[in-house]
Design a binder for this molecule. Sequence first.
Ligand code: PFF
Length: 459
Amino acid sequence: MARRRKSIHGEWSSRWAFILAASGSAVGLGNIWKFPYLAGDNGGGAFVLIYLISVAVVGIPIMMAEVMLGRRGRQSPINTMRTLAAEEGLSRHWKWLGGAGVAAGFLILSYYSIIAGWTLAYVFHTGSGTFTGASAEAVSTAFNDFVADPERLLAWHTIFMVMTMVVVSRGVRSGLEQAVRYLMPVLVLLLLLLVGYAMNTGFFIEGLKFLFSPDFSKITGWGILAAMGQAFFSLSLGMGAIMVYGSYLPRRASIARSSINVAIADTSVAILAGIAIFPIIFANGLNPGQGVGLVFKTLPLAFGQMPGGVFFGTLFFVLLLFAAWTSGISLVEPAVAWLVENRGMTRVKASVLVGAATWLLGLGTLFSFNIWSDYTLFGKMTFFDALDFLTANIMLPAGGLLIAVFAGWLMSRKASMQELAIGNDAGYRAWQFLVRYITPLAVIAVLLHVTGVMKWITA
Ligand code: PFF
């Protein structure tokens, strides 16, 4: 019966279309803006290793579980969870898992849009040659001055929200596939160009050592939590974005192979970004642990020094903006799909509503970089820090944990086997072992650290 369920929103044209769209969701600011500064803040190698392990043992199994639930339910995450819970004779309250995901997507997009706005601004800053031949100090000052100006940030935030909502209101499938197919490879080529530049800085080996030689004395409980949270954030897991894309997946497409492809693409982009950025940081005597501005203070330096830098720099920020755009779209898709299904709204109306609310909440983050920078929670976290901590480090892992419990323990073996359709039994058993034991234990262990971390924050 379940196999014949159809999505009212349509279907991807093929498995590849799904892989492209899911990669579009996964590859974004998380890979190029967030991964490097988190790695920098948390001492490098040990953080990267924990991140990679999290992707393999927690990320891939949960991604498979999300795609599987999505394809079986064929609706927005809220309705998918309700339908599947009913099918298994479980409580209706499972729909709240979908609801929590919608909330997480909304919270994340509110600050994501601010950072995407920076990217948009940097298209123009780089394009006008501002950074040509500029010193590290000048580039840093330019960034600090920029984020200190709420009016400029507001303009860019607004433009990005409108861009996102225009695409969402038209339905995610048309256009998204094609755009990701052509633009993503160019983004990777530009990252390779930056890696080439990094090789000539004379600090390439230092950069690699920082990223790949783990020094566990540098990692804290906070760092471990951040590394796992980053695996969820970067792969777009734990909030239903991948589940909703999975609900448009054609019936015969292989879930395991698709998920592994997306995870490899996503992780490769993050690692490439790290390999490009850290040598530039060391060559210019910059501090790797300087937080959210890291990428905006280092890459313009490289573009300012290389031949053709204005062209490549502009193109790079255009592509980063595009990557942010395809991720932003997936952050609101669960909410919009639900409003269309349950409130009978048109896509346009649902998009305007969600967009306006997200824009408004975004102001909190926007001001946290300037006029509200002194207002901190527990004396340590700005509004942005708190939102980021709550979503990436708590909501996404907790959502992922419940998804794993549902898929691994509560859903009947027959249903998950049929949906996953992994040809060999050993493959299925490996997945089941991971979602049943390893993933939940890893997430619980790390979340328990939160208690310790919270103590530190409130101390
Ligand atoms: N994966 C995106 C990135 O790395 O930039 C961010 C993101 C998108 C997180 C969608 C969560 C999500 F549901």
